[in-house]
Ligand binder design. Sequence first.
Ligand SMILES: CC1=C(/C=C/C(C)=C/C=C/C(C)=C/C=O)C(C)(C)CCC1
Ligand SMILES: [Fe+2]
Length: 351
Amino acid sequence: MTADSARRSLVRLTVVPGWVVFAVITAAFAAGLTVPLRYQFVPLVASVLVFGLPHGAVDHLAPTRVQGQPPTGRSLAAVGVLYAVVGGCYALAWFLAPVASFAVFILITWLHWGQGEVHSLVGVLGVDHLTTPAQRALTALARGTLPMLVPLVAFPEQYRLVTETLVGLFTTPTLGWAEGAFTPDGRLVVGVVVAGLLAGSLALGYVRAQRRRDWLVDAGEVGLLVAYFALVPPVLAVGLYFTCWHALRHVGRLLAIDPTARERLADREYGQALGRFARDAAPLTAVSLVFLGVFYWLVPVAPGSISEWVGLYLVLIAALTLPHVVVVAWLDHQQLVWTSRPALLAERQWE
Ligand SMILES: CC1=C(/C=C/C(C)=C/C=C/C(C)=C/C=O)C(C)(C)CCC1
Ligand SMILES: [Fe+2]
């Protein structure tokens, strides 16, 4: 009973807002709205404090919390070492090979955001049509293309601008081998890959769906996201997806494994539930900002403009995301997101 009201609260608090915001913004851009580039950066700048950066700042508590345990010295040290080694090596790689590191950033984000989509479909929306691990992997791969590849097909100039800004913090912004992705042929190939993965994922889901409604939720979200990323310029679109979709859903997932927050959720005391998250995330969000300052001193070309500052922030996000993916994979493993038994997942998730 409490479990199901908590789940419904999570849908209301972390899923529905994304649907509404994206539907409104997509309609506005379809109707011809334009937004100057300066203002398009607003959600990315806000993500420093609002959901975005903080959504990973509970990674030190989550691995034990998902098992119903408080953190131990060992668990905290394990996450610390993970961040220092994996994040540190990848941060170093940006200095040595910025173009390749950017390509890896797109790849990691593709997989990580796809991974988050599968969790919210199976664990929060409770759909029944993603029955096998392989099918879930296909759905993750397909959905991850929406924020990472549709913008490349639809808005190559802005995509290129951001790519050059990030690379330009480390070296002269020539893209070398990555140039091909921005040509009409390159974008055609990317478009065919995106369409193939999405069609494959939805077709397989359609065949396996017991409840038509579940498949419609999946297809409806995909349709909304395709239209959204095809119409809204990427700096704005990706910024809003990060804060109002991916991070918000992940925050919901964290609330669900915090027993007190889950009770607050079940009672629809959303402010109190979110307050607990803010308290848990504050210290390491602050530490991350110190690292932003360290990066400022380390990069060869110091940022000056707003776009360069956002570029620097994105490099920080890149370095933090690689270890974050490992923590989220651990959560997935503990919550049986990738097993072939969705019923068990539901039990485990809300026991
Ligand atoms: C801003 C932006 C881009 C990249 C954003 C990325 C890659 C963000 C990654 C965020 C992560 C990994 C958050 C953690 O969950 C693109 C696609 C180049 C297009 C232009 C705008
Ligand atoms: Fe994340």
